[in-house]
Write a protein that binds this ligand. Sequence first.
Ligand code: ZN
Length: 238
Amino acid sequence: MKLDILAFGAHPDDVELGCAGTILKEVSLGKKVGIIDLTRGELGTRGSAEIRDEEAAAAAKILGVSVRENLNMRDGFFVNDEKHQIEIIKMIRKYQPEIVLCNAVDDRHIDHAKGSKLVSDACFLSGLMKIETESGGKFQKAWRPKVVYHYIQWKNIEPDFVVDITGFTEKKIEAILAYRSQFYDPNSNEPESPITSKNFFESLNYRSRDLGRLVGLEFAEGFTVERLLAVNSLADLR
Ligand SMILES: [Zn+2]
C-alpha cells in the first residue's frame, strides 16, 4: 500500500503529541497517512507495553490513519546503526511516502533526538539502490521521500513553518487522551513524571494557540526542516 505521509515516533504517543492535528487535517484532505512506532514505550513510568499497544491502536482509529506498525526496538537503548537503519528503510520502501514526519531534532527524552536522526539517515539511505532489502520474500525498490519534517514535542524549538490545525484540536486531544495511562489523571495512583502533570497537558493547547497567534491563526503545529523549502507561488504562503 502506497502512502502519502509516513509519521515515525520513538514511542507510541510521540506522533500524537507532536503532529496529531496535522495528521487529522491531511487525512481530512484525502491523504493516506501511516504511523510507525519504533518502540513499545516499555520503559514509560506509567502503564505497560501491553496497555500502550491498546492505546496506540485506539489513537490510530481516532486519527483515521491507514496503517500503524511497531518495530519493537528497545525503548531507551535502540541505536542509530546499520541494523536499525535497515528496519526503517524497509518501512520507507514498503509504504513509499512522499513526506516523512519524525521526532524533534532535540528533546528532553534521549530517544527523540536519536529516533529523529535514525529516521532521517534511513530516509537518505533508502534512496540508494545498492542497499538491497526484502519484505515478505520480495525485493524492494529504492525509495527516498521528497522531504523530512521534524515535529516539536517537549522543548520549545522554533519551527521553520507551521500548519493551520484550526478545527482539529478537539480530535487531537481525543487522540492524545487515548493514552489513558500516560497523561494527567488526578485519580491515578501511579508515579508522577514530567508528562503526567496538568501543566504539560495544558501546554498542548497553549502551544498550538501561541503558534497560531503569531501567524494570525487560531491553532497551529510547528515543524523544522532539513533543507530549504520551495513554493510554486508567493500566494501559497500565508
Ligand atoms: Zn517519546
